[in-house]
Design a protein around this ligand. Structure first.
Ligand code: PAF
Length: 291
């Protein structure tokens, strides 16, 4: 790294401005890290920003609620937003730029080019959100083109998203490193998420069934259980016992390809998606065999 934290902090709304600034940094030989977000930043996002600030000379945080990754019945309109607080957090954490474009800046009225993939996006969230990853891949590749970062940081909470982006980068020969960062949890275990703000007090308690299910499954895997079915059964049992929880999926897949796989003989992802009231929450654990 060439320098520590930067003093200058830029809030940029235009593609042209963000691209020019990032290019100027690269011309100076500075390494640029990108943390793509939809804003309403919490400690999970902060852990990605902190890591990028540690590993790069300049960190760009994009704050953009990407309309094309929401389905018609999803929470695009109500998705929480607070750009001022987001900018304060980014500045405090040592980011050099917040890139916060309007939707019209990112998508022309006749926008018609998408990035989509066949396999990795088909299972888990892809089943109930069939157009979601097309929207994610499209916006993330646009951000990669605009900022041209050396590294980009994504949370393991959205584990399928991370696998999808790794595959996109490999398949399309994008020249950057994708860094996955561990899930950040509340003291009681609930995985941090901007959507946690939707939960009532009662729902907040019910939401702990997700982290309890994940912890139980992870303990079985770490204890040597090889049969994924048995692990999933225990996880399903914990979630089904919670009256406010409605399971979308509880599944085990290969960690790289997101193909269904119920034996712990390779790196696997055990993932859950559950509606607590109207709020859909996800959680997971990744298990890798000891070398
Ligand atoms: O994980 C998110 O917040 C979003 O899916 C991302 C990667 C910023 C793309 O809009």
């Amino acid at each position: 790294m060439k320098e520590g934290k930067t003093k200058a902090f830029i809030i940029e709304e235009t593609v042209k401005g963000a691209r020019a600034q990032a290019a100027a940094w690269r011309k100076e030989g500075l390494r640029v890290g990108l943390v793509p977000t939809m804003g309403y930043l919490h400690e999970g996002h902060k852990s990605l920003i902190d890591r990028s600030v540690r590993e790069n000379d300049r960190t760009v945080v994009s704050v953009f609620v990407n309309p094309i990754q929401f389905g018609p019945a999803e929470d695009l309109e109500s998705y929480p937003r607070d750009l001022e607080a987001d900018c304060a957090l980014c500045r405090e954490a040592g980011a050099a730029m917040v890139f916060a474009p309007k939707a019209s800046e990112m998508y022309a009225e006749d926008f018609s080019t998408y990035v989509d993939m066949q396999d990795v996006s088909a299972e888990l969230c892809g089943k109930s959100r069939p157009t979601h990853f097309k929207g994610v891949c499209t916006v993330v590749s646009k951000l990669f083109h605009i900022v041209a970062p050396d590294r980009a940081y994504f949370g393991e909470k959205d584990a399928q998203q991370l696998a999808v982006i790794r595959r996109m980068v490999r398949d399309l020969n994008m020249d950057l490193e994708i860094v996955g960062c561990p899930i950040v949890r509340e003291a009681d275990g609930l995985a941090k998420s901007s959507r946690n703000t939707y939960l009532s007090e009662e729902e907040r308690k019910a939401a702990l069934s997700l982290s309890r299910a994940v912890a139980a499954g992870k303990a079985m895997a770490e204890g040597g259980e090889q049969d994924g079915e048995k692990i999933l059964e225990v996880m399903r049992g914990i979630l089904s016992a919670e009256p406010l929880a409605r399971i979308d999926y509880v599944e085990m897949v290969k960690w790289d390809s997101i193909a269904v796989h119920h034996r712990l003989d390779c790196p696997v992802l055990a993932a859950v998606a559950v509606f607590i009231g109207k709020t859909r929450l996800i959680d997971n654990f990744i298990w890798e065999p000891a070398l």
